[in-house]
Design a protein around this ligand. Sequence first.
Ligand SMILES: C[S@@+](CC[C@H](N)C(=O)[O-])C[C@H]1O[C@@H](n2cnc3c(N)ncnc32)[C@H](O)[C@@H]1O
Length: 338
Amino acid sequence: MPSLDQALRAALDNRQSLLEALHQQGTDCYRLFHGSQEGAAGLTLDRYGPQLLVQSFHNSLSRNELLAAHELICSALSQPLLLVYNDRSRGNSRIDRSDSVYQAEEPALADCVGHEWGINYRVRGRHAGQDPLLFLDLRNARGWVKASSAGKSVLNLFAYTCGVGLSAAAGGAREVVNLDFAEGNLAVGRENGALNPGLAPMQFIQSDYFPAIRQLAGLPIAQRRGQKLPSYPRLAQRQFDLVFLDPPAWAKSAFGTVDLLRDYQSLLKPAILATADDGVLVCCNNLAKVALSDWRDQVLRCAAKLGRPVRDVQLLPPAADFPSLDDQPPLKTLILRF
Ligand SMILES: C[S@@+](CC[C@H](N)C(=O)[O-])C[C@H]1O[C@@H](n2cnc3c(N)ncnc32)[C@H](O)[C@@H]1O
């Protein structure tokens, strides 16, 4: 078993050419160490602009390990990155132990700006939610969206902090609609919009996925017997040129359950219907235990059953900062052209 220092050095070596390319294209947000595949399960080191975000999910890092890792990364990148350590190994306790090395300094906890494909993003090493504000394994997909959105109407479903919407706007989309039920996440999306004043403004719909997408798709909204549904924004039926569907693994609401293992169809079907006849749907499944080939078959079957057979399907893997030994990364992204 290599030491953490050896594993980190190997990870940095493996990323040399990727990091050069990313810096050249205006990206300073990327994964520097993907522990599950690179020799320390449950440990990740991510750069978010000026910050180095270290997260441990199984075992806490010792003071010396943390300081040595920080020093190694800063010297490899020739950048004095601000250290934020979120130890999520004990029931998600974001520890701030009394030793100052575990307490990030004031500037490290401040709101910062990171960059990806030349776009500005709000980054915060520690905030009320669990995940960092930008999912790094989706960078290639956002790059694809930026390169493929010129003149298109774009619908970004489960938008979170609207990174996909922003990429579409940066790519020259004529209209971008972000949909999510969490106002706090959309608020970061609005901040992201404000951080890129040169881009056309985006739209934001705060709604549960199920009533929103079913209205867009022209489908009825199912009501459970005897249960009154909460109110939801009314939307007219319509289609978009490019639809992006990246749901969480599991989430339950009054309107339905998002369950990527047992029921992808109920998410996918209305999303297909909300995609224009000659449009593109990008869909994701981030559940590691779902095999790509099974999920791909399911997706294609669902489209065929709806009378919307897929003309072309393309797999869009994450970049090399998310290596996978078995070539089966948890995040699977398919581009479906109708
Ligand atoms: C994993 S994130 C999606 C990542 C996002 N696509 C991105 O580009 O970063 C999950 C998002 O789904 C939203 N969400 C979960 N269940 C939802 C529902 N039923 N309706 C609308 N949004 C939902 C959450 O608020 C959260 O922002």
